[in-house]
Ligand binder design. Structure first.
Ligand code: HAM
Length: 448
């Protein structure tokens, strides 16, 4: 770098966020909670690549959808000319993997995934170009029971996260034949009201009229509310499936609203679709969405395999957690090691490894650009780390083969300090932090 020229700063790509350490405790709390909820329902993790063939998304999500028409990060691999895309969602990749590895060979599978998704949308609150989803897919299950189970899994997650006021919207969009009959009437209805359609609706009228029901245009709400309802076109089997889902939800006290206009923005769905929505986040209030996609696997050349799933937007849920004031432990370690002088530093390294061997988290003070830091400076760092204890080793401690253990968060604001023989330091810390019985405290002298 030239010494006279100021280096030019490079910033993150628009709509793609850094998740900074200050937010890490909340993300970890979310991740740990969702992992344990998924595990408690028997879901296993699956990891698929972030990059897939562009054709996979075009066929799975549908050519006439916002995602495929205008939001995909598609590019040509300059090495071999392959048409590739950064995944805009996770279901297509899971379906590909299920077929490619014959995953349902031994029967139905419950899988889940987590990771970044990419959509070139206009960034705003709760809507980003890179965002994180946790998704779950139940593959090989045909009945309404699994639909209800997935919904109840979500409810458990909201409860465990302490999130309230997330309401459930539910609909059935039937099967292809039912949608076909509805479509004829829907197109006729919109054609009879052509002057009330906006440009986007006109463009979609013959390609994907169902999506017109999804419009956010206030001028079209009345028109759309009066449009033929897909629910009225369902036949016995689809009705029985939908009733089955509702019966289990009712029996388990899961409140929901049937929203006949809920059609979802991806084309692979059939029958049950649902969204979990909150009013607390402004325009981007859907925190989780999903539904059934029974024909998708067969349409990709797999053997006919019904499936259902959902995905949740992690950023949106993190924002809700922040608003709920969910306290996440911000501490980085159990023990912060403070040391002065070279001999003390050597001892500190040895002791820190032993404390870690015992299962505790240790931050060992390391030199900054400004140097190793005074005792006072190191104690400030110990305090900021959130550690329960500081272990202090200076020249006196080295000479006496002891360490000083200082309780940083003693009840009542008191700051207890104990002098502990070097060889007993690990036991002492384990005893203090994890708790223990029948430990010999004879050598330990606390003073205020
Ligand atoms: P989706 O409705 O496109 O469905 O996305 C699911 C969730 O991801 C949304 O409800 C929202 O919380 C979050 N999300 C979507 N786009 C953004 C964005 N630009 N910024 C922030 N968050 C966003 C799917 O992706 C389907 N694959 C769900 C599914 C799984 N259906 C069946 N299985």
């Amino acid at each position: 770098m030239s010494e006279n020229k100021k280096a030019e700063k490079i910033t993150a790509v628009k709509g793609m966020n850094d998740i900074l350490p200050a937010d890490a405790p909340l993300w970890e709390l979310f991740e740990n909670t969702v992992h344990s909820v998924l595990k408690s329902y028997g879901f296993q993790k699956i990891v698929t690549p972030i990059v897939e063939d562009t054709a996979l998304f075009k066929r799975a999500i549908g050519a006439v959808t916002d995602i495929v028409e205008k939001e995909m990060y598609s590019f040509t691999d300059s090495m071999n000319g392959d048409a590739l895309t950064l995944r805009p969602e996770g279901t297509a990749g899971v379906v590909r993997a299920v077929i490619e590895h014959n995953l349902v060979y031994e029967g139905p599978k419950r899988v889940w995934y987590k990771g970044p998704m990419f959509r070139h949308e206009r960034p705003q609150r709760g809507r980003y170009r890179q965002f994180f989803q946790v998704g779950a897919e139940a593959v090989g299950f045909a009945g309404p029971d699994i639909d209800a189970e997935l919904i109840m899994l979500c409810r458990r997650l909201w409860d465990d996260l302490g999130l309230e006021h997330i309401r459930l919207e539910l609909n059935s969009i039937g099967d292809a034949a039912e949608r076909g009959r509805h479509r004829v009437d829907l197109i006729a209805y919109f054609e009879a009201n052509l002057e009330l359609l906006d440009l986007e609706a006109k463009n979609r009228l013959h390609a994907n009229p169902l999506r017109i029901l999804d419009t956010k245009n206030p001028a079209m709400q009345d028109l759309v509310n009066k449009a033929p309802k897909l629910l009225d076109y369902l036949e016995a089997e689809s009705i029985a499936h939908f009733e089955g889902v509702k019966r289990i939800l009712d029996h388990n006290n899961v409140p929901y609203t049937v929203n006949p206009r809920l059609v979802r923005g991806l084309d692979y769905y059939n029958r049950t679709v649902f969204e979990w929505v909150t009013d607390a986040l402004g325009a981007q209030g859907t925190v989780c969405a999903g539904g059934r996609y029974d024909p998708l696997i067969e349409s990709f050349g797999g053997k006919p395999t019904p499936a259902v799933g959902f995905a949740m937007g992690i950023e949106r849920l993190i924002e809700l957690m922040k608003m709920a004031g969910e306290p996440a432990d911000p501490s980085t370690c159990d023990v912060y090691m403070v040391h002065q002088g070279e001999a003390a530093q050597m001892q500190a390294f040895v002791l820190a490894e032993r404390i870690r061997d015992a299962g505790l988290d240790v931050v060992l003070h390391c030199a900054a650009a400004s140097g190793a830091g005074s005792f006072k400076n190191q104690m400030k760092k110990a305090d900021a780390s959130g550690a329960a204890f500081a272990v202090i080793i200076g020249e006196d401690e080295i000479a006496n083969h002891v360490v000083n253990v200082k309780a940083m968060r003693a009840a009542g604001g008191g700051q207890q300090q104990a002098t502990v023989p070097f060889d007993e330091a690990v036991d002492h810390l384990v005893d203090q932090i994890i708790g223990g019985h029948d430990h010999d405290h004879d050598h330990v002298h606390y003073h205020h």
